[in-house]
Structures are given as C-alpha cells and as structure tokens.
Design a protein around this ligand. Structure first.
Ligand SMILES: O=C(O)CCC(=O)C(=O)O
Length: 233
C-alpha cells in the first residue's frame, strides 16, 4: 500500500470519512454533470423540472432519487451507461474501496439524487459490530455550508459515540441529537466538507451526517458498497 493510501485508510478508520480532493478532472466532471442532467430528465418522463418539496425545516421531503430500489426500478447508471458504468471499475474509486474493505467487497446501490433542500442529522446503514458498509459520493456542484455541503460528526461511526448521539432511525432523523440543547447547526464537532466538483467523499454509513441548508437542487451520485459480510450464525 502506498504511503498516501495508508494515510487515507487511517483517516477513514479514525474519523469515518475521507474527502479526496480533485480526484476527477474538470472535463470528467462536465461529462458526468451533462449525463446526470439528461439521465434525471429521462427518468422523470422528460418533465423539464423535478418535483422537489421541502418540509418546514427546509429539509428534502420529496427529492428526485433514482436507483434500482425505487420504482421503476431502473438502475440510475443504466440511463447513461457509457458515462456512469466506468465509475464502477475506475481505479481511483475502486482502490479506496479495496483498501478499506478488502478484495471481496460488493457494490450494492448506485444512484442519482437531486435534493429538494437539506438533510437533518442521521446515519445510514449500521452493519453489525466489526463490519461496515460505505458510500462514495460525488457532488456535482460547488458546495459550502450555506449551500448544504455535507457536514459530519467525525468519530460518530464508533458504536459508543453513535449510540450516545441517538439511535432512533425510524424517520431517518435522530431525535436525541435534537435534544442536546444546541441547534442542528451548532452541534459540537460538526465538520463541514466543503465540496468542489471533482472531489469524492468516502463515508462509513454509520457516521452521522447532515446538509444544513434549504438550498434546492444539490446533485449527487452515490456508489454504495459493502464488505462481503458473512451471515450471522
Ligand atoms: O443531503 C445529503 O447530501 C445527504 C443525503 C443523505 O444523507 C442520504 O441520502 O442518506
């Protein structure tokens, strides 16, 4: 393993995320951005604009999310296979997956999202103790905190810390984090992942994350992956 990769792996294991700056060139991002817009338009039946709705906190209530788990069950990448499928064996992405999860990892869900607004504090899948699942996120737009760049609570992928922050995932919103006596924007440890197109964010699904802005239209490509976790005996 190269020294840089060793540092990346240590960073990911310690903090629960890794932001790789400028992994893709401007030209590659332009191709992804154009293909993304065309794919989303086709997926919504050629409607000029997506149906985006916010809740009263400015979070996404209805967003455009296209993947093989949501009707019509067409994988997002199938809308522009020439542009999207190469991401799945792009060595820049795959080498990070491989070094974090081992050779025997699986890509699970790939998807495109247009957010209607922000996302409240939550974590995603909690694989059982000793294992994890993860995501590579490619945000297509420049995003600072005022635009809803992703914020994380570093270290919250560790069970004891995550459980202390809250475990009610029924609504994919963590109730207890809202009972800490601080507004969502002022949660101690909040770390903003300022994005430039070309950056790739790798994140353990157990990590608390949010996007605290009501700005509409953030575009993301997710590639979700899992260790090949043996069944529980
Ligand atoms: O708003 C975002 O960018 C985060 C989306 C997210 O957390 C999710 O879909 O699980």
């Amino acid at each position: 393993m190269s020294q840089v990769m060793e540092e990346w792996v240590t960073h990911f294991r310690t903090f629960g995320f890794l932001l790789c700056k400028q992994m893709f060139s401007g030209e590659e991002m332009e191709a992804l951005s154009d293909a993304f817009d065309a794919a989303m338009k086709t997926a919504r039946g050629d409607a000029p604009e997506p149906d985006l709705r916010q809740d009263d906190r400015g979070y996404s209530a209805i967003r455009q999310q296209v993947n093989n788990t949501i009707p019509p069950f067409i994988p997002f990448f199938d809308y522009a296979p020439d542009v999207f499928y190469p991401l799945l064996d792009d060595e820049r992405i795959v080498s990070v997956f491989r070094n974090l999860m081992g050779d025997d990892f699986r890509i699970t869900v790939t998807e495109g999202l247009i957010h209607a607004g922000g996302s409240g504090w939550h974590h995603d899948n909690v694989a059982r103790e000793g294992y994890f699942t993860m995501r590579a996120a490619i945000y297509l737009d420049p995003l600072g905190p005022e635009d809803g760049c992703l914020s994380v609570i570093p270290g919250s992928h560790f069970t004891q810390f995550r459980d202390a922050l809250g475990t009610d995932t029924d609504q994919r919103s963590i109730k207890s984090i809202e009972m800490l006596g601080t507004p969502a924007e002022a949660v101690p440890g909040k770390y903003d992942l300022v994005n430039e197109p070309g950056d790739v964010l790798f994140m353990n699904h157990k990590l608390f994350h949010s996007a605290l802005s009501s700005k509409s239209g953030r575009r993301t490509i997710h590639i979700n992956a899992t260790q090949n976790i043996p069944p529980e005996s």
